[in-house]
Design a protein around this ligand. Structure first.
Ligand SMILES: Cc1cc2nc3c(=O)[nH]c(=O)nc-3n(C[C@H](O)[C@H](O)[C@H](O)COP(=O)(O)O)c2cc1C
Length: 190
């Protein structure tokens, strides 16, 4: 926690594409967070090699992995905003989690994590979220519960041209989640 009492929270976006709805939601968060929470983007993870223990043995952890892990380790909490790919976690993001999970000073240990997802369909990325809960619980992260943010039929919730989030009920519930996540982090912190 910063000396001013504000929380330092890292935002990880699971989609790599420019026109991503999840990235658009992540860009909306700074104006919806409580004044006591400051957000920063996670370093990129798309250049990490596919996890392979031999790489770790030969050269140690790749630089991108170390930088990504440091950002998580030094934060008070993490917000993951991600699509669902084929009913689960997108491969590039899962690869990043697999890499950092092998570190001695594992960055997700006791880390409060909130989840958000946007998807084209009716489930809003729910299956990704439940797989993410399972995966991050296996490495001792502390998962925030409710309200859940599942942005269904994402194309209808964002402006077609600017990708600004326009759906007021979504704006409201995201604002509620961020306020509740702020309280949650303070409650679970050592
Ligand atoms: C490889 C792939 C798999 C997908 N699988 C699912 C899925 O399982 N469930 C779902 O709701 N949408 C799925 N979609 C559609 C995504 O919800 C949609 O493309 C969404 O816009 C992706 O998020 P983004 O806009 O942040 O990139 C899939 C899309 C891709 C590219």
């Amino acid at each position: 926690m910063a000396t001013d009492g504000n929380l330092d929270v890292v935002v990880i976006c699971g989609s790599l594409r420019k026109g991503s709805y999840n990235a658009a939601l992540a860009r909306t968060l700074p104006r919806l967070v409580p004044k006591t929470m400051k957000l920063r983007d996670a370093p990129p993870f798309d250049r990490m090699p596919h996890y392979n223990h031999d790489i770790q043995d030969a050269d140690g952890f790749p630089a991108e992995v170390k930088v990504f892990a440091d950002a998580i380790r030094s934060a008070d909490g993490v917000i993951i905003v991600s699509p669902e790919y084929n009913w689960t976690i997108p491969g590039a993001l899962k690869n990043a989690i697999d890499w950092v999970s092998r570190m001695k000073d594992q960055p997700f240990l006791n880390k409060p994590v909130a989840l958000q997802s946007c998807a084209g369909g009716v489930l809003g990325g729910a299956r990704m979220q439940y797989h993410m809960r399972q995966s991050l619980t296996s490495i001792d992260a502390i998962l925030f519960g409710r309200p859940e943010i599942l942005v269904t039929f994402a194309a209808k919730k964002f402006d077609e041209k600017t990708l600004a989030l326009t759906d007021q009920p979504t704006i409201d519930i995201v604002t509620q989640q961020l306020a509740a996540f702020d309280k949650f982090i303070r409650r679970v912190k050592d």
